[in-house]
Ligand binder design. Structure first.
Ligand SMILES: NC(=O)c1ccc[n+]([C@@H]2O[C@H](COP(=O)([O-])OP(=O)(O)OC[C@H]3O[C@@H](n4cnc5c(N)ncnc54)[C@H](OP(=O)(O)O)[C@@H]3O)[C@@H](O)[C@H]2O)c1
Length: 330
């Protein structure tokens, strides 16, 4: 099978299309024929091995090749032993640690959920990681309840644009957003009540004070002291990402600094790492099918142009998501 692979940490230009054996699903795992792969900043972090702290988990040396990409939509093609939740022929969406940019991908069954008919492969591939992060950030990290008020900071990216929509699904009464002027209309169109331009003045100037139950922050650009002024009593900042390209810690450096600053200034500021959870994927799939959420897919590129697609995502100004169409059929 054709796969976009790497045998050492590299930038996207160092990735290579290679011919790999079709992987066999072992115990509790399923094989999916990949139709579309949705891209995330996670992908370039993985193939670059940056920030370096990731290598503690991912390893400093390679045993063989690794395949790029994490989010997939496709059709279950084979199941290993002890898989009961999925069957051959099921349409699925899912998020894996790697291996999405290939004709076939294998992961544990719990990394996937069934995809209802009527949801496009592109929308399905665009949703898993960003959707899980937005959902868990608002619901679990933020404790969003009916009638709550939310500010999504970095609202036009993969996580942010789904967070604006999911905040409504979860019952938020007010959803405001911070993004660039280029994407203001898009974010307004997704249902944001007020949209603030991060290029004007200091981040957050003009944003209401004492208003929000949750600030969902995907970029970590505003100082904690400023975010504090935006929160209602008992409100929280949920930090899911950051722009820092520091080689050692990357966005983790802002997470640590802001957590410390939060403690000093008595702001409830917490980091959240999304977890792959089949029941949350199922929720997202259901909302996609019902039209309650709709990812914005900025571009769909063919498999041959997957490297270019990864480079677009790495530049960090995607409006919504970039998807790679791996196979034409399905
Ligand atoms: N914690 C987790 O489990 C988890 C999961 C997924 C992602 N993440 C992280 O969350 C972050 C966002 O992910 P994503 O998929 O949404 O990334 P993305 O699709 O690349 O979106 C990033 C967004 O940041 C905006 N942006 C760039 N500079 C900005 C600035 N100075 N102020 C405000 N916004 C700015 C861009 O909007 P403009 O083009 O309008 O500037 C862009 O839309 C990344 O750091 C990612 O690694 C974490």
């Amino acid at each position: 099978m054709r796969a976009l692979t790497y045998d050492r940490y590299t930038d996207a230009a160092g990735l290579r299309f290679t011919d790999q054996p079709v992987p066999e699903p072992g115990d509790g795992r399923v094989r999916v024929r990949v139709i579309a792969a949705g891209l995330n900043p996670f992908d370039w972090h993985m193939h670059r091995g940056e920030p370096w702290i990731m290598r503690m988990q991912e390893g400093f040396r390679f045993d063989g090749v690794r395949t790029a990409g994490a989010d997939v939509a496709g059709i279950v093609d084979a199941v290993g032993t002890a898989v009961t939740a999925l069957a051959v022929g099921d349409r699925v969406l899912g998020s894996m640690g790697g291996g999405a940019l290939a004709e076939f991908a294998v992961a544990k069954a719990g990394a996937f959920a069934r995809l209802p008919d009527g949801v496009s492969w592109e929308d399905a591939a665009a949703t898993p990681m960003a959707g899980l992060t937005a959902l868990q950030g608002l619901r679990d990290g933020g404790g969003l309840r009916d009638g709550g008020s939310v500010l999504v900071w970095g609202a036009s990216g993969g996580v942010g644009h789904l967070a604006v929509q999911l905040a409504r699904v979860l019952g938020a009464l007010r959803v405001d957003a911070v993004c660039s002027p280029r994407t203001g209309d898009l974010v307004r169109g997704l249902g944001a009540d007020r949209v603030f331009d991060y290029t004007k003045g200091e981040p957050g100037s003009g944003v209401g004070q004492g208003d929000y139950d949750i600030v969902l922050d995907t970029v970590a650009t505003a100082p904690i002291a400023r975010l504090r002024r935006l929160l209602r009593r008992g409100g929280r900042v949920v930090m899911v990402g950051g722009l820092s390209r520091g080689r050692v810690l990357g966005p983790l450096s802002s997470l640590v600094t802001r957590t410390v600053a939060g403690n000093v200034r008595r702001v409830d500021a917490r980091g959240l790492m999304a977890r792959v959870d089949a029941s949350d994927l199922e929720l997202l799939a259901g909302w996609l099918a019902a039209g309650a959420i709709a990812p914005v897919v900025q571009e769909v590129l063919p498999f041959d142009r997957a490297v270019e697609a990864l480079e677009i995502v790495e530049r960090g100004h995607v409006a919504g998501k970039v998807v790679v169409r791996v196979t034409g059929d399905g």
